[in-house]
Design a protein around this ligand. Sequence first.
Ligand SMILES: [Zn+2]
Length: 457
Amino acid sequence: MALLTNRCLLIDGDKIAAITPDPPSNCDIAVDLDYGLVLPGFLNLHNHCLSSVPFRGLTEGLVTSNFLDDIVFALLLPLGDLVTKELTSAELKAVLALGLLEVIKGGSTTLVDQFRNTQTVSFDLAEEMGLRFYGAPYLFSPKRAAHQGPTEHKELGQNGDLKRCLDLFYQYDGAADGRIRVAFGPHGTDTCEPELLRAISKAAQERNCPITLHFGYSWSEVNTIRDRYGMGLAEYLDSLGLLGPRVLAVHCICCDQRDLRRLQQTNTTIVHCPRSYARGGVATSFQRFADEGIRTTIGTDGYCMDMVGEISAAGILAKLASGRAAQPSAWELVRAVTIESATALGREDIGRIAPGCRADLLIVDMERPHLQPVSDPITTFVWNAGRADVWGVMVDGRLLVREYRYLWGDELEITRAGRAAVQRIWEMESCQEIVAKAQGNAMRSIGGGVSDSPRDH
Ligand SMILES: [Zn+2]
C-alpha cells in the first residue's frame, strides 16, 4: 500500500481505467477536490443490519454480568423475534433501507451481513441501494439453537436449513453484475451440529463461497464444545474441515493461544468487532490477533454501522490493551479493511486502487478544520476523521454518495420510514416488557422518556 499524490483517477464503466498525473482531456463526470483523499472502499466483514436500527439506544448502559446473557439473550434475540414477527414486509424493507443507508454513509462499499433466512429482502434492497453485498442467511441445527441461552428461542431453530440456503444461493449469487453474493452463515460452533457444519464446508467448497460464523464469542461456547466433543474450538472446527482461507471467524475473544495458532496455520481470517463488545464492558484487541500473524479484519456486528469509527475504535482499544502506542498503525488498520478483507473474500479486484480493479472508492475532503494541516493523510484520516467526513462513496464506478448526500434515494424519506416502523414496534406492550426486563428498573418505557429511578450500580 502506498500513497500517491497529485494524481487523477480515471473510471471507465465499473472499473478503474488509469491513474495519471494529468487530468483527461474530457470525461462525463468529474470530481475535483483540492485536498481530496481517495481510498479503496472499506469492506465491513460482519454485520447484522436488522439488529442495529431497532436496537438503537437500547443496548448501552445495561447492567450486565454477562454480555451474552444480558444483551444477546435478554434483549437482542427476543426483540429480534418480535421484529421478525410483527413488521410487515414494507416495514421490514424500510428498517433495512435505513440500516443500509447508515452502512453506506459509514464508509462501507462491501458488506457481509448475516440475517434470518426469511429476510431475503436484504439481497433485493442491497442491489437496489447500490451496495456490494455478501448475504449470509443463518444456518442452525434446530435442536441446538432451541436450547441456547436462558430462554428458548425456537424461532432460531426453525430458521436455518441448508437446503433453503442453497436455494438462495442459486437465486441470488452473482446478481447485479456480481455485486450480490451469497455466503454460508452457520450461526456458531455450539448452535450447529457437526453434521451440519461438515455439510456446509462441503457445499461452500463446491461453490467457492465464503463461510462466516461466530467463533469464540462466549465462554459458555468454549465449555460446551469441550464438554460435547472434548476439543478446543479451533481443533473442533478444523476436524470438520471448517477452517481455511475462505472462513471468516467472527469475534474470537475467547480463543486461547492454541486456537489462535491453528487459525494462523490454516490461514483463517478473524473478523474483529470491537465496539459491539465494548458497549457491554468487554475489552477486545485487534493487536492480539495481528501479533499472531493472523489475517485480522474488522466488522460492525450490527452496532454503529460506521466503519470509519470502527477502525479508530479498534486502534484505540488495541493500544489500551497492549500499552503500546505504535500498534496498530493507521496504515495497518486501513489495510485490514481494504486489501486484507478483499483477500479474505478471495477477491483481487476490490479493496485496492489499481487499473482493472472495480471502482469501489471512498472520497474524503481533507480540507476541513479538524483535518488540517495534513502530514500523513492516512494517519490524519484514521485518528481525526469521522463518518461525517465521507464526501463520496462509489461502488462499481457509480457514485452512491456525493457531497455527503446519498444519491440513489431520498435520505429523509428513508430515515422517516425506517423510524416509523421501529417506533410502532417500540410502542407495543410486548416490546416494552422485553426492554424493561432487560434494563431492569433503569428505563420504564422507550420512545417516551427515561424513568427517574436510579440506575443500579
Ligand atoms: Zn454477529
